[in-house]
Ligand binder design. Structure first.
Ligand code: HEM
Ligand SMILES: N=C(Nc1cccc(CNC[C@@H]2CCCN2)c1)c1cccs1
Length: 362
């Protein structure tokens, strides 16, 4: 009778030992340790070194990520012993502080305890550690980020109240061992934000747009060698198109293109005026300039594409095939100007990896 966890564990240890140049004797010893643990306790625990390699390999295997060139420089915080509210809060604050690094962003992952037997582990309910609230007013008007409406309502059901502005930072919501979810606000001075201004179109500044500096995904599961780390927040830095061509531009997000076009003095009457395209380009330019001016790390979509090409070359030298999800890898601005557009990628899913997990909101 094959034990699925045993197979995944052995396969991961083989990969770890191969890539870390660990000899056969030490490998066999570790394999035996893991086998015994699984057979006696039903699970096993990673060494910190295995955890660090596993998280880096998971980033390297993330098919939808254009930023993978730097996979081997991911910083790990091992928070598997953080089991109380205070310790979890401390670990999350430490992540935000360390990653932000006053704007010189450091790619970081914090890994909390995995599911142990029946003890449900820690679960973070936020999509990202820093995210703006979304509200629907009586008259149906939406304030803030529409993408956050349901989570904002959930926070309010826990007793949280926002100011009701366009940029209210949501609280962190955590559940410990299947207990009642609890929330806590982030100290405002911990959250770095960038006000968006344009170098040569000052009218755009009048829109008073801003965005937070560090994207920290907190709702994905990190799977390593058959172990599911369901709380493993990770961050990199933004590619400008994410903010300027999606978060601000999508009709179902901040829907700012008509206002940007109007500030630019463009007529929005005819689609063939390409007013949307002109607005998107100037918004991308403003986001890039503002982040640079603020000393906050960010990559433009051309540089990111070139870095991805380098990643592909390096992987080929290592004898690894790059897997990818073309539809996510191509940037949403000038896609055909990127080499990615003209290539195909196998979208096979390798382990370790980051995966979606069922959202908690009922
Ligand atoms: C260092 C700078 C980084 C940049 C510029 C970058 C860029 C991106 C972009 C633009 C996306 C598409 C997001 C979207 O369209 O919503 C993405 C997806 C992704 N990235 Fe990266 N990334 C970086 C670092 C990281 C790190 C450190 C990790 C994990 C350790 C990571 C894991 C992922 C994953 C798992 C996805 C897919 C998310 C999903 O399926 O929803 N990335 N990345
Ligand atoms: N630059 C980043 N962007 C990013 C990466 C993964 C996932 C996401 C969020 N994707 C979902 C959003 C929300 C709707 C459509 N896009 C953003 C990073 C976030 C964390 C590490 S890198």
């Amino acid at each position: 009778m094959t034990n699925p966890l045993l197979e995944k564990a052995e396969s991961f240890i083989h990969q770890y030992c191969q890539e870390m140049n660990i000899g056969p004797a030490e490998k066999e010893k570790r394999i035996e340790e893991v086998q015994n643990s699984i057979l006696t306790t039903g699970t096993y625990s990673h060494t910190t070194s295995e955890l660090q390699f596993g998280a880096r390999a998971a980033w390297r295997n993330s098919n939808r990520c254009i930023g993978r060139l730097f996979w081997n420089s991911l910083q790990l915080f091992d928070a598997r012993d953080a089991l109380s509210k205070e310790e979890v809060k401390e670990a999350l604050f430490n992540h935000i502080d360390y990653a932000t690094n006053d704007g010189k962003i450091r790619s970081t992952v914090t890994i909390f305890a995995p599911r142990e037997k029946n003890k449900g582990p820690i679960r973070i309910f936020n999509h990202q550690l820093i995210r703006y609230a979304g509200y629907v007013k009586e008259n149906g008007e939406v304030i803030g980020d529409p993408h956050s409406i349901s989570f904002t309502q959930f926070c309010e059901s826990l007793g949280w109240r926002g100011k009701g502005t366009k940029y209210d930072v949501l609280p962190l919501v955590v559940q410990l061992h299947e207990g009642e979810p609890f929330y806590f606000n982030l100290p405002p001075d911990m959250i770095k934000e960038v006000v968006i201004k344009h170098r040569s179109i000052p009218e755009i500044d009048e829109l008073q747009l801003k965005w937070y500096a560090v994207p920290i995904i907190s709702d994905m599961k990190l799977e390593i060698g058959g172990i599911d780390y369901i709380a493993a927040p990770f961050n990199g830095w933004y590619m400008e198109t994410e903010i300027a061509a999606r978060n601000f531009a999508d009709e179902k997000r901040y829907h700012e293109l008509p206002s940007v076009a109007e500030k630019m003095g463009l007529s929005t009457k005819l689609a063939s005026n390409l007013w949307k395209d002109r607005a998107i380009i100037e918004l991308n330019q403003a986001v890039l300039d503002s982040f640079k001016q603020a000393g906050v790390s960010m990559v433009d979509h051309h540089t990111a594409g070139n870095q991805f090409a380098l990643f592909e070359e390096k992987e080929a030298l290592e004898g690894r095939e790059v897997t990818g999800d073309w539809s996510w890898l191509v940037p949403p601005v000038s896609p055909a100007s990127s080499h990615i557009f003209h290539k195909r990628y196998k979208n096979t899913w390798n382990s370790p990896n980051f995966l979606y997990q069922p959202s908690f909101i009922k």
